[in-house]
Design a protein around this ligand. Structure first.
Ligand SMILES: [Zn+2]
Length: 94
């Protein structure tokens, strides 16, 4: 078993809003669970996940149901999208 001690590469994820790459830990995960998108703040939910970076511009953006559906390869309803947008706005206070 190889143990990486020196150059440890942090896993990076692409923000679906700005397409910027950031370390996974700094990003907000959204997961599609049984057809419903949930805010996965603990990054513990199974299922396909997408990421939004923690910059204000991306967090507070109006998410698009079509974009979410495309990224998650599932149909995301407008209501679901609105609820996620709302949760993103209320979960992070600055
Ligand atoms: Zn971003």
């Amino acid at each position: 078993m190889a143990i990486l001690t020196s150059v440890k590469k942090l896993p990076q994820r692409t923000c679906i809003v700005c397409r910027g790459k950031n370390p996974k830990e700094t990003m907000i995960r959204l997961a599609s669970v049984e057809g419903e998108v949930k805010l996965d703040l603990e990054a513990r939910l199974d299922g396909r996940g997408i990421y939004i970076c923690s910059s204000k511009g991306c967090r507070l953006t109006e998410l698009d149901a079509g974009k979410l559906s495309y990224s998650l390869k599932t149909t995301v309803t407008k209501d679901n999208t609105a609820s996620i947008t709302e949760q993103l706005r209320t979960s992070f206070k600055e």
